[in-house]
Ligand binder design. Sequence first.
Ligand SMILES: NC(=O)C1=CN([C@@H]2O[C@H](COP(=O)(O)OP(=O)(O)OC[C@H]3O[C@@H](n4cnc5c(N)ncnc54)[C@H](OP(=O)(O)O)[C@@H]3O)[C@@H](O)[C@H]2O)C=CC1
Ligand SMILES: CC(=O)N[C@@H](CCC(=O)OP(=O)(O)O)C(=O)O
Length: 342
Amino acid sequence: MAVRAAVAGASGYAGGELLRLLLVHPEIEIGALTGNSNAGQRLGALQPHLLPLADRVLQETNPDVLGGHDVVFLALPHGQSAAVAEQLGPDVLVVDMGADFRLKDAADWEKFYGSAHAGTWPYGLPELPGARAALEGSKRIAVPGCYPTAASLALFPAYAAGLAENEAVIVAASGTSGAGKAPKAHLLGSEVMGSMSPYGVGGVHRHTPEMIQNLGAAAGEPVTVSFTPTLAPMPRGILATCSAKAKPDVTAESVRTAYEKAFADEPFVHLLPEGQWPATASVYGSNAVQIQVAYDAAAHRIIAISAIDNLTKGTAGGAVQSMNIALGLDEATGLTTIGVAP
Ligand SMILES: NC(=O)C1=CN([C@@H]2O[C@H](COP(=O)(O)OP(=O)(O)OC[C@H]3O[C@@H](n4cnc5c(N)ncnc54)[C@H](OP(=O)(O)O)[C@@H]3O)[C@@H](O)[C@H]2O)C=CC1
Ligand SMILES: CC(=O)N[C@@H](CCC(=O)OP(=O)(O)O)C(=O)O
């Protein structure tokens, strides 16, 4: 019997990407689609690439509309999910693509998001140590932020293997869809095209505590993270350049071995052959993650670089992958590692 799934936030970028994936998922039947300011609109007017759903009309986001489904995806601005989720029954699988339930530390939440902490749900990055076990059979999933997905996958093997000192430096470039559909002055075409620019500099970006949480868990001790996001003139993709000082006695060989071991059985993470480097174009529209790692002997640092599609593995693909695990389906059901090129 098909799994009925509702999508709240179906007019947004994350909701649209999720629907693109759910339309080809063999176990899913798409139920209610909701919006906010666009409630009452045809989906075809908002997401013209989702042809099979073009005549569906967006409903309002409320528990009456979202109830009665097996799975409810919340692709809402952060801070909006908790109120909706608490009105959905404990038997419904709720997958929050926003930030509301990602952080364990309430003080971190309050500092970076400026509101009361709603709680903590099993974290939807299955590749992290112990994450799959927490997702199996769960009725609540917190999908990670896009930058923490890219950065945590790039660096956790170094920490889990005890190869890196407890400070990491992460500089990541994101495509503009990471900022959502709502118009923003710094995202006007003429501001973004042909230029790269940093933002959220100096430890203030809200994804910093999420990276600290993930890398600290892998290390088994606190890790400090200096994170600098940058905006790149492309619609999709994240390239994260991550480094950490190596512990004494680390060698290029020990680093390579740790990464090979960490990703040997992963269906979506591809540790590239030595000499080949990740590129956002190679993972466009796919749930794949490309990773390469190097040991800089002169600086005594481990350098790990990852590329993801922020809307696929960074949001909607990660959500579907975690949903599959929670439902007991094969983790890769409905997902592809095949990209679009050029
Ligand atoms: N874009 C990305 O790469 C990533 C996004 N995410 C997260 O996914 C979530 C959605 O992001 P994204 O799709 O980019 O954002 P968009 O701005 O593109 O879409 C937001 C969606 O939420 C709806 N919405 C807005 N306000 C409310 C409200 N008060 N109540 C109910 N629905 C509301 C909008 O409806 P309407 O259009 O009808 O007003 C729209 O469907 C966010 O939490 C975001 O942080 C996570 C990882 C990466
Ligand atoms: C380019 C850009 O603006 N990116 C977004 C991150 C997108 C994301 O992952 O957002 P959530 O944590 O809210 O899910 C930002 O830096 O705010």
